[in-house]
Structures are given as structure tokens and as C-alpha cells.
Design a protein around this ligand. Structure first.
Ligand code: PLP
Length: 367
């Protein structure tokens, strides 16, 4: 078996059973531990009993309807298009918008979902330097002909490093281009940032008709499946110009019911989000005190880059022996992974202060 693929025999959460051992778990994307929450699991079980597993074709089960209704309320949008996975979100979006733009620009370290979506458009795609609004401005000036409409597509939060795209700077650059579009794959931000958990645009205070986002119910919300929030106009374009909503099975009824319950819990318990942000602050402060130079953001992904004198595989293995599990990321081992090896640490709202302190102490001792 691949060294990095472990056998997990419990629900995902802050404390899991991996390879037959109970460990403190700091990997993955279940930022509120909702995939293992008893009410989420119960909702999925009830839906399986009532509606079975497979999604209906050309029909929605009440579980799907509830997930869509809850997502509309959660994100304050008129419509939600619910598709098989978050990976498909950028593709649905770029297909739906294909008559609204001429040339696409993407952060060069965007997630595979973004780059695959753009490759499938048969339109010109220009990559700009990672997180670099000045380079975006330069590329736009070079590549957009008079009358052309640019579309910019990027991760809102990058999955390996937790870096946040400088969306206000991108929006300011795009002000000079009439009918330009700014689109975000917000898989790691939805549910997590913004006062109501609506993601990167809410966090940065950006609003407007030219802003689009997609994301997933498979991470913060405890279910599975991708979403593209929008209005009736966008929904009609998705139906007309993208084959994915009709041509790919929707998530299963239990997955939809789980996501609906996850959204309900996050809506009814905003303290879960505050707890996550507190935990992130505590983790970042502890690691900063241990000598790491970390940005002060609310993102529950912390990336510790290696140095020539440190063998991070060794650090990862040493932590593992203390039942502390973090993810070793090889150089360029994922879409946005740094050129050097790194450790990716995921923070959950369900981690206790003691768990976080134990990890920070373990890292301090093993480095
Ligand atoms: C930025 C980004 N977009 C999309 C996805 C895919 O989402 P899903 O797992 O729901 O297909 C991921 C998964 O890790 C991601 O990091």
C-alpha cells in the first residue's frame, strides 16, 4: 500500500483510528468534524433507509431538495446547482459562462479542478504568478485585446498552504476591464471564513454581479458533492451550456442528507466557527512561538516548510510515533505545494487546546 494512504477505521475527526491505533488527527478537510458528527451520520442513515443510495435520474429526493434549500439559505443565493463533486464546480462554471468571456487568466498554482476546467474550454488560458496581482495586471495588459472580456479564475484558499488569494487586489485590477469576471473555487473557504461562513467574497467584503464562486459540501459541511451558487440566469446557463448537471449522477441521497444536516448545524451554531477560528489562532500562535514565520489568518490549514538541515519525513514519522498525525507534502506534491517539502497541518473546531499544545510541543521537540 502507498506509504501515505492510511487505513482509517473510524469517522474522520480530531481523534481517529488509523492503522489500528487511536491518534490525534491533523489532516484532511473536515474542518468542523461534521463527517463524524452523530446527527450528520443519523441523517445519512435515515436518508439511506427512506430513499436508498443512488441518486434519482431527472428527479430529486427530499434529501437533495433539503440540501439545495439549506445551501441557498446558507449562501444567500437564489439557486444552488448541486453536482457530483466539488472538482466539477469550476468546469460547470466556465462552461456556463463561456459566452460571457473571451480569454481566461488563472493563478498558476490553482487546484487541478481549476486548470482542468480551463483546459476543457478550448479558449485561450493565461497563467499568472501565484498570488500576484501585479503579474495579473501585466498579463491582462499584454493579452486582452480591445473589446475582449477577461475571466479570472483562482482558488479562494489554496489547499496545501492555506494561502488566501488576494481577491480585492484582483477585483481592483479587473476594474479597468469592462464586463470582466472574477470566479473562485472556494472549496476550502465555504463554511469556514466570512461572518456567516459564506467564503472568500464575504470575508473580503466583495460584492457584485461579476463575481462567481463554486465549492464543495465535502469538506466543512460533512457531506459530499459540489455546489455552484448563483441566480436563475446562471442556473439557466448551466442547464443550457454545461452537460455536467444532467450528464453526471448527483451525490447520493445519504450524502445530500448529511450535507443538509451539516449546514443546519453550522447555521444554528455559529459558535462552531468561532471555536475553529480560536483553534487556528492558538495553533498559529504556538507555532510562531516555536520559531515559524506564519501569517495571522483564520485559515485552518497551516503549512510548515522544510529547510536543508531538516528531514521532514523524519519529523512526520517521529510525530506519528507519538500518535500525532500530520501530512507530509513532498516538493510540488500537490497543485499549490511549495518547491520544498512541507508539513500540512489541518485545524478542526473539535481539536482541544491540549491536542493542539501536544502537537506544537511535538513539533518543537522533533525539529
Ligand atoms: C480547491 C479545491 N477544489 C476542488 C476540490 C475537489 O472537491 P471534491 O472533493 O468535493 O471533489 C478540492 C479537493 O481537495 C480542492 O482542494
Amino acid at each position: 500500500m502507498d506509504r501515505d494512504i492510511r487505513r482509517m477505521s473510524s469517522p474522520v475527526g480530531s481523534r481517529v483510528r488509523i492503522d489500528g491505533r487511536e491518534v490525534d488527527y491533523f489532516c484532511g478537510t473536515s474542518y468542523f468534524g461534521l463527517h463524524g458528527h452523530p446527527l450528520v451520520i443519523a441523517a445519512a442513515c435515515t436518508a439511506a433507509q427512506k430513499y436508498g443510495i443512488g441518486p434519482a435520474t431527472a428527479a430529486l429526493t427530499p434529501a437533495h431538495e433539503e440540501a439545495i434549500e439549506r445551501a441557498c439559505r446558507f449562501f444567500g443565493t437564489e439557486t444552488i446547482t448541486y453536482v457530483a463533486s466539488g472538482y466539477l464546480g469550476p468546469m460547470v462554471l466556465t462552461q456556463a459562462l463561456r459566452e460571457d468571456y473571451d480569454v481566461a487568466f488563472a493563478d498558476c498554482a490553482s487546484h487541478y479542478s481549476v486548470l482542468d476546467a480551463l483546459r476543457a474550454t478550448a479558449k485561450e488560458v493565461v497563467l499568472f504568478r501565484h498570488l500576484d496581482a501585479d503579474d495579473l495586471a501585466r498579463q491582462l495588459a499584454l493579452r486582452v485585446c480591445p473589446g475582449q472580456r477577461p475571466l479570472v479564475l483562482t482558488d479562494g484558499v489554496f489547499p496545501s498552504t492555506g494561502a488566501m488569494a488576494p481577491l480585492p487586489a484582483y477585483a481592483a485590477v479587473l476594474d479597468a476591464y469592462p464586463r470582466s469576471l472574477l470566479c473562485v473555487d472556494d472549496a476550502h473557504a465555504l463554511g469556514v471564513i466570512g461572518t456567516q461562513g459564506r467564503g472568500s467574497f464575504e470575508y473580503h467584503g466583495l460584492q457584485g454581479d461579476a463575481l462567481y464562486f463554486c465549492g464543495t459540501l465535502s469538506k466543512a459541511f460533512g457531506g459530499t458533492g459540489g455546489i455552484v451558487p448563483g441566480d436563475r440566469v446562471l442556473e439557466a446557463k448551466m442547464r443550457g451550456l454545461s452537460h455536467i448537471p444532467a450528464g453526471a449522477s448527483a451525490p447520493s441521497a445519504p450524502a445530500a442528507a448529511a450535507a443538509a444536516m451539516g449546514m443546519r448545524l453550522l447555521e444554528e451554531h455559529p459558535e462552531m466557527r468561532r471555536q475553529l477560528w480560536d483553534n487556528v489562532r492558538h495553533m498559529r500562535a504556538g507555532l510562531r512561538a516555536a520559531g515559524f514565520d506564519l501569517a495571522d489568518t483564520p485559515i485552518p490549514i497551516v503549512s510548515l516548510p522544510g529547510a536543508p538541515s531538516i528531514d521532514l519525513r523524519h519529523v512526520c514519522d517521529a510525530l506519528d510515533r507519538e500518535d500525532l498525525v500530520v501530512l507530509y507534502v513532498p516538493p510540488r506534491g500537490y497543485s499549490d505545494a511549495p518547491d520544498v517539502e512541507s508539513l500540512r497541518i489541518a485545524v478542526f473546531s473539535t481539536h482541544t487546546t491540549e491536542q493542539i499544545d501536544r502537537l506544537v510541543d511535538g513539533i518543537r521537540r522533533t525539529l
